[in-house]
Design a binder for this molecule. Structure first.
Ligand code: PHE
Length: 505
């Protein structure tokens, strides 16, 4: 829009208006004083439809150029049900006619003829009019007053809506209490009048045609040529927009994935529900190992089959557990397939590694995953029952402890943690076993386990070279990465807190 030079000092402080707003404002200020305020419905401006006028009014009000008064109007309209009753007659009327025709009727006959919903209404309404069954018979000749007149009044009320709601308030009250025949509709009427500021602005404002939006059409047909453009205030204050960012846990998962992908690892995926056989037996964990206890592992009571063919693998597990392999004695007990066929929520993603290597026996292999595992833990500041593991394996002729050290140093180094320590540990499936500890600001945090798989794990599956593997806690890592004191913080969802982490790649 264009503000003319007239009254420049004044117009400097004046709000800007769009051409549509200018037109509406002009219309209002040109009206005779005694016609103000005017109802929105009576505003007619050339070139503007109802919606555009309505939007212009809202903007003019915001800019304090007009005063707007709102009045609520209630109107009553017929519902679908109401329309049906006009056509078929009200239920009470139909029941009345039935009784009249048969010289008395019964409630069950009414229900039969009208259906149970309308039948119930009819009986209740007749009762209100004083017609109640006596010895099981509804006889309308015992009614009080002229009942038919009431029916006519009710029907003409329905047919006469919305006006009849004003002319017959008694019947309105009646139908308001009945369900679903009439519906109340609220409409807000706005009446408007220009303010002093609006009056002054309308004198300097022009409604001249301006280009307010540059569209491809305007550019193509060159119709913008010779026209004025709407002015934009580039310094106008705007609302702050919070754009989408990553949740801290998603961000860290993504970061970890990118590191391993960059290092040439292949991503593995697995399954929440696993056979105990793969989760444990494949890793040479004896069937009476305490970790298999209900205390630590969630067992599933389900007959659903897991859709993998595992009988070959189960045979292998039995052989290793019962008899060992050449040079290694095994556990020497009777291995039970039922135990291996129990279903568990996987307690670690090392099960994915084992499945992966079983399928990819040719070396070298480098694979990783960042996936969820489940443990029967009581949740506290350092423990979760549902957590992610950063799992990985390197299977190659030259794989050894140094490779493992190097891989861990490289991985954590890329996340910014350079002070690592490996301490001797124990896992039934690795030898040696090492736990990874990170030193951060003088505090040590244990991040997970690692090691070289025992021959009892690798050889029976047909893996001929050494395999190094690790399973690291993602949430523990998140604690030190973000500086959380409590591991549960990672799963917070309140938006104000999350906005403190503007995480993007
Ligand atoms: N699976 C072990 C755990 O859940 C970690 C681990 C993985 C240890 C691979 C050694 C080798 O803690």
């Amino acid at each position: 829009m264009v503000i003319t030079d007239k009254g420049k000092s004044d117009s400097d402080k004046m709000p800007e208006v769009s051409p549509a707003e200018a037109k509406v404002l002009k219309f209002l200020t040109e009206l005779k004083k005694d016609t103000l305020p005017i109802s929105e419905a009576n505003i007619e401006v050339e070139g503007l439809n109802e919606r555009e006028i309505s939007s212009a009014i809202s903007w003019l009000e915001k800019k304090e150029l007009i005063n707007v008064q709102k009045t609520e109007h209630h109107t009553f309209l017929l519902t679908e049900e109401g329309r049906k009753f006009i056509k078929e007659g009200l239920p009470e009327e139909r029941a009345f006619q039935l009784s009249e025709k048969n010289k008395g009727t019964t409630p069950s006959e009414i229900m039969k003829q009208l259906g149970s919903k309308d039948g119930k209404i009819a009986i209740a309404q007749l009762a209100k009019l004083g017609i109640k069954p006596s010895q099981g018979i509804i006889d309308v000749s015992r009614g009080i007053g002229n009942i038919e007149e009431i029916f006519i009044r009710r029907k003409s009320f329905l047919a006469g809506l919305p006006e009849s709601a004003i002319s017959d308030p008694d019947t309105l009250e009646h139908f308001k209490k009945r369900e679903d025949i009439i519906a109340e509709k609220k409409r807000t009427e706005r009446t408007v009048a220009p303010t002093d500021l609006g009056m002054r602005l309308s004198k300097v404002v022009t409604t001249e045609d301006v280009v307010s939006e540059v569209t491809p059409e305007i550019l193509q047909n060159e119709s913008w040529k010779g026209r004025n453009f709407r002015r934009y205030d580039l310094n106008a204050p705007v609302e702050r927009i919070n754009s989408a960012v990553y949740h801290p846990i998603t961000f860290l998962i993504e970061k970890v994935r990118r590191i391993f992908l960059d290092m040439g690892f292949t991503e593995m995926t697995g399954h929440y529900v696993e056979y105990a056989g793969w989760n444990m037996d494949s890793l040479f964990i004896p069937q009476d190992h305490p970790a298999r206890d209900m205390q630590d592992t969630f067992y599933l009571d389900s007959d659903r089959e897991i859709p993998f063919e595992d009988s070959e693998a189960m045979k292998i597990f039995r052989k290793v557990h019962e008899n060992g392999i050449e040079g290694y004695s095994g556990w020497g007990y009777r291995w039970k397939e039922e135990i291996a066929r129990e279903k568990v929520l996987r307690t670690h993603t090392t099960v994915s590694t084992i499945r992966y290597l079983y399928k990819h026996k040719e070396s070298p292999q480098a694979a990783f995953s960042v996936e969820k595992v489940f443990r029967h833990e009581s949740v506290d500041w350092k423990h979760l029952a549902e957590l992610h593991q950063i799992e990985g394996t390197y299977y190659a002729k030259d794989a050894n402890l140094s490779t493992l050290f190097w891989l861990m140093k490289e991985f954590y180094g890329r996340l910014g943690f350079h002070d690592l320590k490996f301490i001797p540990s124990y896992y039934p499936y690795t030898e040696p076993s090492l736990d990874v500890v990170v030193n951060i600001n003088g505090k040590e945090m244990e991040l997970g386990g690692s090691g070289v798989f025992r021959p009892e794990v690798t050889r029976p599956l047909g893996l001929k070279e050494p395999v190094v593997a690790w399973g690291l806690g993602l949430e523990r890592l998140a604690m030190i990465y973000y500086g959380f004191e409590d591991i549960r913080d990672i799963y917070r969802t309140d938006i104000d807190w999350l906005r403190k982490f503007p995480l993007r790649f």
